[in-house]
Write a new protein. Structure first.
Length: 102
């Protein structure tokens, strides 16, 4: 994965994440499409897991295609609720109500 995941790609992903407005969410796949890598949603997830080493980005606004929150990241829900993101249940945002239109 070292060859695929270079700093240019990392910053490309993070620049898209930085554009997600408060109160909206984007999916890993949506971000992958925006950077021209339609099939690389998992690669976007990998970048998200390392984002803290590259600065401060609103990674809490990135969820999976069904709106599921990151397992084990309890703060994500609180951060999204503080931005008035509607929740579908304990572990999912209401993706239809808050997905960022790219």
């Amino acid at each position: 994965m070292g060859r695929i995941l270079d700093e240019h790609l990392i910053y490309e992903v993070l620049s898209v994440v930085e554009e997600i407005p408060a109160g909206k969410v984007a999916t890993y796949g949506q971000i992958a499409r925006l950077i021209g890598r339609d099939k690389n949603a998992r690669l976007v997830g990998r970048v998200m897991s390392m984002a803290e080493y590259y600065g401060s980005y609103p990674c809490h606004r990135v969820v999976n295609h069904a709106g599921r929150l990151v397992p084990g990241w309890k703060e994500q829900r609180a951060l999204l609720e503080a931005e008035n993101v509607p929740m579908k249940n304990e572990n999912h945002v209401n993706i239809k109500a808050c997905q960022w239109a790219d």
